[in-house]
Design a binder for this molecule. Structure first.
Ligand SMILES: Cc1ncc(COP(=O)(O)O)c(C=O)c1O
Length: 451
């Protein structure tokens, strides 16, 4: 435990005590808890956040990876100010909702039709329902370590041992038709499809396993899953809540050149306001047309779907990204490559084996062997990772312990160099020495890895 952290974040510590008096466990998302307690944020701008004690951090959590242009970028702030003058909530469609959807349609290969909702979890729930309605089948094959939000059915096998419900209060029957298979293992998916014997409605995965270790899919693996779904008559869907508008304008499906039948989005597409989106082939999404008489699939929305503030923020963001895609994405890709390379080199220089995984602007440092799936990622030394993140925080760099980092267009080369130099400083001065770090296999109670 870093004494320096405790000294520097005294007011956050006090807020956490008060938070425990009102919120279960003091947090509103399990991922936000880490030992000894999380910092509380007082403001954010560009690539920085400030905590309750006034400490400034270079932020690599970036609003749960939702902010690709940094905190409060000017186009979004301007659009929000203008929208507030025009009303904050309509409960009806608007020009902005149509225009945002049109921008998304032009950007994302599979997005022939779509529906807005409010969270990623809602989008993945609708996506499963659409797949079952379309195919008339029941089984959903997801990945061990795959996180798709808090929806009941998919909340299974996110953490080791990967074969059980994540929560008390979920009935066995509610997840009876959800099967977990190993990520990046085509044979495992093939066996699951065979076992389901014509009942596979959906093969569903994050193209870059997020909470499961920031592990990118192999290119051939996604192509193999596409062919497998086609052969079986199942649908293939990507959960692009993290990768959408982040790894490229058209998401991971554009990057990998594999077009799924359906995809869920959120985060970046909402420009920093709450958004969920289910998109896909017209023949599947058209089942949700309320004028339909047969085989109608009832999916929402919700009271706040296409709310004008989210639409304004999302439209400003996606328009900016479309206009500047040729500049933004190559730069973010280079920045990610630089972080992955330079952080591992910094540790290697002190004799510590790390593998910083990720794709584009996403990264996560593993203390141990390079993981290819969630099980291998879970085998890394999590205590050292927590110590590393706390040490970085004490030096003004914020990475949420146990979670991927997200670089924004506002991070500078100097920021990225500092991340590497602070990593080396941690490796050199952790007091445990290079051998100690290498041998470490402690398991931190570092909170849960959702989302
Ligand atoms: C891949 C993935 N899918 C779905 C979700 C759920 O999104 P939300 O938190 O908006 O419900 C998340 C959230 O982090 C996610 O990372």
């Amino acid at each position: 435990m870093s004494d320096q952290y405790l000294r520097a974040t005294r007011l956050s510590g006090e807020l956490f005590e008060r938070a425990k008096g009102v919120f279960a466990g003091g947090v509103n998302h399990n991922a936000r808890f880490y030992q000894p307690y999380p910092i509380f944020v007082s403001k954010a701008k560009a690539q920085h956040i400030w905590d309750a004690d006034g400490n400034r951090y270079t932020d690599y959590w970036m609003g749960h990876m939702a902010l690709i242009l940094g905190h409060s970028p000017k186009p979004v702030a301007d659009a929000l100010r203008a929208q507030v003058g025009q009303g904050t909530h309509y409960g009806m469609g608007s020009r902005a909702s149509v225009e945002l959807a049109e921008e998304i349609q032009k950007s994302v290969p599979c997005a022939e039709r779509m529906r807005f909702c409010n969270t990623g979890a809602e989008a993945t729930m609708y996506l499963v329902r659409l797949a079952r309605g379309y195919t008339g089948r029941r089984t959903v094959i997801k990945m061990a370590g795959g996180w798709h939000g808090y929806n009941t059915e998919l909340n299974k096998g996110v953490h080791t041992p990967f074969d059980r419900a994540e929560s008390a209060g979920i009935l066995e029957g509610e997840q009876a038709f959800v099967k977990n298979v190993r990520f990046n293992d085509l044979g495992a998916a093939e066996r699951a499809v065979k076992e389901a014997a014509g009942d596979t409605a959906l093969i569903f995965l994050e193209p870059v396993l997020g909470a499961g270790g920031c592990v990118p899919a192999d290119k051939d693996y996604l192509k193999g899953l596409r062919e497998l779904a086609d052969r079986d008559g199942a649908l293939l869907a990507f959960d692009e809540v993290i990768t959408g508008f982040r790894v490229s304008l058209g998401g991971a499906q554009e990057y990998y050149k594999v077009t799924p039948d359906l995809a869920s989005f959120g985060k970046v597409a909402g420009g920093g306001l709450p958004l969920g989106l289910v998109a896909g082939k017209d023949e599947v999404l058209s089942l949700a047309d309320p004028t339909r008489r047969e085989n109608f699939v009832s999916i929402g929305g919700g009271t706040f779907s296409e709310n004008p503030l989210t639409m304004a923020a999302g439209l400003a963001t996606v328009r900016y990204l479309r206009r500047h895609a040729g500049d933004v994405y190559p730069k973010l890709g280079e920045a990610g490559d630089m972080v992955r390379r330079s952080v591992d080199r910094a540790f290697a220089a002190e004799g510590v084996e790390t593998h910083t995984t990720g794709l584009g602007s996403l990264f996560l440092t593993h203390f141990g062997a390079a993981p290819r799936d969630a099980e291998e990622a879970a085998g890394g030394d999590r205590q050292t990772r927590l110590d590393y993140c706390l040490a970085l925080m004490s030096r003004g760099v914020f990475i949420l312990p146990g979670h991927p980092g997200g670089i924004s267009a506002r991070h500078t080369e100097e920021d990225l160099r500092r991340l590497a130099s602070e990593s080396r400083r941690f490796a050199a001065s952790s007091g445990r020495g290079a051998q100690g770090l290498k041998a470490g296999s402690g398991r931190a109670k570092a909170g849960r890895r959702e989302g």
